[in-house]
Design a protein around this ligand. Structure first.
Ligand SMILES: Cc1cc2nc3c(=O)[nH]c(=O)nc-3n(C[C@H](O)[C@H](O)[C@H](O)COP(=O)(O)OP(=O)(O)OC[C@H]3O[C@@H](n4cnc5c(N)ncnc54)[C@H](O)[C@@H]3O)c2cc1C
Length: 499
């Protein structure tokens, strides 16, 4: 929308807030909490397109939906997690609901508000945000000094389904886990789940007992880790009646320490780590199972997220005979199932495409800066959270190898510190800008594909901001570096331009 249009709208129709948070997922609710604690004088609103809070944990309704991170680290650092570490979506929402309730956040959150446009004006130093109320269809406008983008990284309305020949001819039902129909009856049916990521690994054991048979069809294998859905140290400390706050902190430290060791090992001795992971799978499936074909990826551990299989339920499903894995490629869909390139065919009543997400850069919001469309891919990222040429905006992009929320807590601390710093300086706008010495820096893709390369990032890399080769302009996905680097970011080292 042009500035003129903004100005001609009646003043009453536009509400103003110091900070506008996009999205009421784990990052947005966390951001709201941190604002109330660290910047209590700031007015703020959280706009959420959906009917309730939770984000990922509200959108996904497929059977068995659960975390694959432990909730001590996926939970906020400020609220103890007191149950089993791998949690269902319902448990995560209930935990988030307590955070909202205990901290009086509900009045700040507006549901059914889908933001469609955001325009920055350097004349007013304000963002103008246009949203559509999904319940009434009404357009509503807000202005805000600072935009805190907590919209996640994928489109919530629809999942990613590749197009295969013959899909229209299939007589059964095709579903994507992201839009799982509530009334889908899979009892006694033959189900094929395409994919072998965390979603497939959750879904397959969850439906195995009820279906006639479920086949996990994968083009290539994935690494899995397995273990008991419990943390012995947490149980011991609880038996000693240690306060939950302490247990949360100690268990977080232990998990993060172990993850650090594991990550380093997977870079330094990938073959050994690989054999350990495969050994655990063999132990569950027995010596006759073809682990080589179905569970031995070609890449080294950690290049993609390693899904945790609690209590080995996926492998138990396979061992029971109700679930199986097929490693092959799809030739085409047929009336009755899937024809594979090997010549084999899979019969199916239901085909589930657990094939991932549409990367959703900046929440499908049309951004303009002084009436010019923002081309996000032309910007350079400041530590994966702010962008050159984009004033008063931060984006939460969490960790993939560690829990997402660890980083959303860090970004929240940074945003609150920056807002306070701006107030101290009397600044109304801030944005990162390449310094003279950064101008010749090589510009690289958002994330190093050698380091981390899931499909949705690879498909969308051209839409994402660039990364440089200096610490300020890197997006490392390294919790262990960032935990020390973030609090030490010098807000006056010339990287930020204030106005
Ligand atoms: C099935 C599944 C399981 C996962 N499990 C884990 C795990 O175990 N551990 C882990 O670390 N990560 C996991 N992830 C990654 C996960 O998405 C993040 O960890 C985390 O939940 C993201 O939180 P978020 O609040 O940043 O974004 P989201 O959960 O994506 O929430 C973003 C919110 O913003 C809203 N929004 C977006 N655009 C707009 C707009 N234009 N206007 C208004 N509102 C908007 C959306 O409706 C949504 O509610 C998982 C992801 C999936 C899909």
């Amino acid at each position: 929308m042009s500035e003129t249009a903004t100005l001609t709208r009646s003043a009453q129709a536009t509400e103003h807030f110091d900070v506008l948070i996009v999205g009421a997922g784990i990052s947005g609710v966390g951001g709201a909490y941190h604002l109330t604690q660290q910047c209590p004088d700031k007015s703020f609103v959280v706009l959420e397109a959906q009917d309730s809070f939770g984000g990922t944990w509200w959108t996904h309704r497929y059977p068995g939906i659960r975390s694959d991170s432990d909730l001590h680290t996926f939970g906020y650092r400020f609220k103890p997690w007191t149950s089993a570490p791998i949690a269902t979506a319902a448990e995560i929402r209930s935990y988030m609901g307590e955070v909202i309730e205990e901290n009086g956040l509900a009045p700040h959150i507006r549901y059914h508000h889908k933001i469609s446009a955001a325009s920055w004006s350097s004349k007013t130093n304000l963002w103008t945000i246009e949203a559509t109320r999904t319940d009434t269809g009404e357009s509503v406008w807000f202005t805000a000094n600072f935009l805190w983008m907590c919209q996640g990284y994928y489109r919530h309305s629809v999942g990613y389904t590749p197009q295969w020949d013959g899909m229209d001819s299939f007589k059964g039902t095709i579903v994507h886990p992201q839009t799982w129909p509530e009334d889908l009856d899979y009892k006694g049916k033959k189900v094929v789940v395409i994919g072998s990521g965390a979603t497939a690994a959750t879904l397959v054991p969850a439906i195995a007992a009820d279906v006639e048979h479920v086949t996990m069809l994968q083009r290539s294998p994935t690494y899995f880790r397995t273990g008991r859905n419990a943390i012995a140290l947490a149980e011991e400390l609880r038996a000693l009646h240690i306060q939950e706050e302490w247990i949360h902190e100690i268990v977080r430290k232990k998990i993060l320490f172990e993850q650090d060791v594991f990550t380093r090992r997977s870079f330094n001795e990938p073959e050994k780590v690989k054999q350990e992971l495969l050994g655990a799978v063999r132990a569950e499936l027995g010596p006759d199972y073809d682990v080589e074909t179905h569970f031995t990826p070609s890449y080294r551990p950690w290049r993609q997220r390693i899904a945790f299989v609690p209590d080995a339920d996926l492998f138990k499903g396979i061992a029971s005979g109700k679930a199986s894995v097929v490693t092959d490629e799809i030739e085409r869909f047929t009336e009755t199932g899937i024809q594979l390139k090997s010549g084999k065919a899979l019969e199916a009543d239901i085909i589930v495409t657990a094939t991932g997400f549409h990367l959703n850069v900046l929440g499908d919001i049309a951004f303009t800066i002084d009436d010019e469309p923002l081309v996000f891919a032309d910007t350079v990222t400041f530590r994966g959270m702010m962008f050159t040429g984009v004033p008063n905006m931060a984006w939460v992009f969490g960790y993939f190898r560690a829990s997402w929320t660890l980083r959303s807590d860090f970004v929240a601390d940074f945003v609150c510190r920056l807002l306070k710093h701006m107030d101290e300086k009397g600044a109304h706008r801030v944005m990162p800008a390449l310094r003279q010495e950064d101008k010749d820096m090589p510009l690289l893709p958002w994330i190093d594909p050698e380091n981390f390369n899931p499909g949705y990032i690879m498909r969308g890399m051209h839409l994402l901001p660039k990364r440089g080769d200096k610490p300020q302009w890197q997006h490392t996905q390294d919790y262990w570096a960032e935990k020390d680097e973030f609090p030490a970011i010098d807000l006056d080292d010339g990287t930020f331009v204030y106005g």
